[in-house]
Every structure is written in C-alpha cells, then in structure tokens.
Design a protein around this ligand. Sequence first.
Ligand SMILES: Cc1ncc(C[n+]2csc(CCOP(=O)(O)OP(=O)(O)O)c2C)c(N)n1
Ligand code: SF4
Ligand SMILES: [Mg+2]
Length: 308
Amino acid sequence: MSTESTVRFHRMKDLPSTHLLGTGTPMCAGCGGLEALHEIYDILGEKTVFVNAAGCMTLLSVYPFTPFRGSWLYAAMASAPAGAQGVRDALDLLLQKQRMPADEDLEVVVLTGDGAAYGMGLSSTSGAMERGLDFLYICYDNEGYGNTGQQFSGATPHGAKTATSEGPHGYPGYKKDLFSIWAAHRPPYVATVIGAEPLDLARKIETAQGLKGPRMIIALAPCPTGWAYDPKLSVDIGRLAVKTGVWPLKEYRDGQVVHTKVPRQRVPVEEYLKLQGRFRHLFEPERDAALLAGIQARVDAYWAAVGA
Ligand SMILES: Cc1ncc(C[n+]2csc(CCOP(=O)(O)OP(=O)(O)O)c2C)c(N)n1
Ligand code: SF4
Ligand SMILES: [Mg+2]
C-alpha cells in the first residue's frame, strides 16, 4: 500500500553484489520495516531462503523479480513457519542423500508482519518452536495490518487510531508481549531490534546466525503510512521508541533476559507519541491527560519491574 517507486527491478541472474537491491515494487518512502530488512539482509546474505506471509514485504517480490539473491516463497498468513518446516526438511534430505554439498546449505528465514506473528500465525510459530525447527523468524512490527489499510492487530499500542479503532480514545486494547510469549517456549534465542539502532541490530542478527534451532527476532517498524507521519522522521521516531522506553531492546538466551540498551534517563513518552498522526487525538482538540498518563505509567512500570 505504498506510494513511491524508487528503483528498478532486477532479475536474480543480474545481481552483482551482496547487498539487498531495491525493487520497482512500490514501497513507501521511509518504511522502517524495509530499513530493518536491509540491515538484516546485509548480515544474512545470499545463502538464505525467505518464507514470507502476506503483508507489505510481499510486494518486494513479484515473480520472476526479487531483490533477494536466494529463493523467496510466499505462504498463507497463518502458515509461514509450517512452510519453513517443509523447506528445512527438503534441505536436510538433500544433505542427507548427498545431493547437495554441506557448504551449499541455506538459512531458512521466515519474514512476516505483526498481523501474522502476533495473531494469525502464532499457532504455527508455536508448533515450529515446539518441534525445535532450525529457522530464523523475523517479524517486522508496524503495529497493524498495514498492507490492507492499517486495521488494528495484536501488536497495536493502546490509544492508537487505526482503520478499525477510530473512537476518541483510539485502540482500547494493549499490545501483546510477543517477546515473552516466544521466550516462554524456551527457544535458543529471542531478540527485539529496530533499524534505527543498527549496531544493536547487527550484533543480534550475528548472534542468531551463530545458533541453531528457532531464533526469533521482532523488529519495531516505524510506518509513515500507517502511523501518519512525515517519512523523513522514521529514524527519529525509531530512536525515540528506544529513548522513551516504549520499545525495550533486549534478548532472551539460556533462560535469561538481558536489556541491551537501557534508556537510563527516559524521554517522556509523549515526545514519541506527538510526532505521529495516529495519536493526534491525544493532543487535539484537547489534551487527553488521563490517557497520556496511563500510557506513561505502563512504560514506567515496565522499567521499574526490570530494575532500571
Ligand atoms: C488468511 C488471510 N486473511 C487476510 C488476508 C489479507 N491480508 C493480506 S496482507 C494483510 C495484512 C497483514 O498484516 P501484517 O502481518 O501486520 O503485515 P503488514 O501488512 O503490516 O506488513 C492481510 C490482512 C490474507 N492474505 N490471508
Ligand atoms: S504501509 Fe508501512 S510497513 Fe507497509 S510499506 Fe508502507 S511504510 Fe512500510
Ligand atoms: Mg503489520
């Protein structure tokens, strides 16, 4: 659901370098999901098979064109981890039968939005973790069903206006804690990242690459179209998500959760909210002091609980 086409299509056979190329497929300028994916792909590289569930990133690949050098499979929204199981099994059979040399093995990467990760695909993800599937799951979390017009999802934050929560107080629910839901399965690795903190992101993707089994990444994806802000603010909004404490950067490993960037002097949450049209009703025509205080209190309670 985007507006601007920036670069040309490339055929896979023409690809010259290791960087994810742009496509002619229209993606929105300033897309935070694409920013994170670029950074992640720089590290993962071409020895990857992507299994994608329907969402904005599906528009990256329109057969026979793709910005990826490896393969790209499209799965139903609920089923990307099941698709990844099939791909992993096929690769393992080829290796077992020595029809593929070990150094040609591929990393199986699931790429979905939050609608799939927090909702429709959660059961299939749970099953894949239960089976110990060797895969990397990347959820780019733009906090709504973006591709279909930003309806609320299980990732939508409290108070945000969406296409399906338009009342004076916005979305009445609360964002699900997917990090904890995933970590409760005790997989080898779960991490949160954001494209606006590329070093933290890079270290986590490298860590995940060095492990086997289910490795789970949630990338908060500032979304100018769905969050209603000027695309040039994407990086500022991403940094503010971390500095306000709204998006804790953390990782789970060996039963422990470690925060990788603690905002010691947190910026007030409203500095983050007021840049986004989806929260405008909290400031205009009158300031909704109670709702703002409630949102701030939840963030404060989170950091108090982790002792920061
Ligand atoms: C079972 C099913 N229901 C609905 C759709 C229509 N659909 C396509 S993309 C999409 C939005 C997905 O949201 P999300 O996973 O958050 O990805 P985003 O669009 O935000 O990138 C929906 C609802 C679908 N493809 N399959
Ligand atoms: S709607 Fe949001 S997530 Fe989707 S392509 Fe546009 S900016 Fe990116
Ligand atoms: Mg989404």
